[in-house]
Write a protein that binds this ligand. Structure first.
Ligand code: FES
Length: 113
């Protein structure tokens, strides 16, 4: 069984409702999305080509990559439109005392690319 670690990445106040914020964990980009009262965390670089998703658009329950307009489901990370095929890796997030903590495996942060 893989060891997990809790990583403090930001204050909840830094990611107001309806916004996205990119943070780095061990040099890996992680996108935080606050939408509909839910905090989501997922890989910050598109699974199609190298493009930062915080330059994209929050579109209801999905995030749209600005380069080729694939949408990704916030809940599952699934790619909803081509050209992207692979889902974004999601990371479980919890909020404690106003801080956002991610549950990550020990070692490298997993990313689909
Ligand atoms: S780089 Fe995101 S859809 Fe192509």
């Amino acid at each position: 069984m893989t060891d997990v670690r809790m990583v403090d990445v930001a204050a909840l106040a830094d990611v107001p409702e309806g916004t996205m914020k990119m943070v780095q964990v061990d040099g890996t980009d992680v996108l935080l999305v606050h939408s509909d009262g839910q905090l989501h965390a997922m890989q910050g670089i598109c699974s199609h080509e190298y493009f930062e998703l915080d330059k994209g658009f929050l579109t209801g329950d999905s995030v749209t990559c600005a380069l080729h307009l694939s949408r990704f489901d916030l809940e599952t990370g699934e790619a909803l439109d081509p050209p992207a095929e692979l889902p974004l890796v999601k990371y479980p997030a919890v909020v404690e005392d106003g801080r956002i903590l991610l549950e990550l495996p020990a070692g490298a942060v997993p990313v689909n690319e």
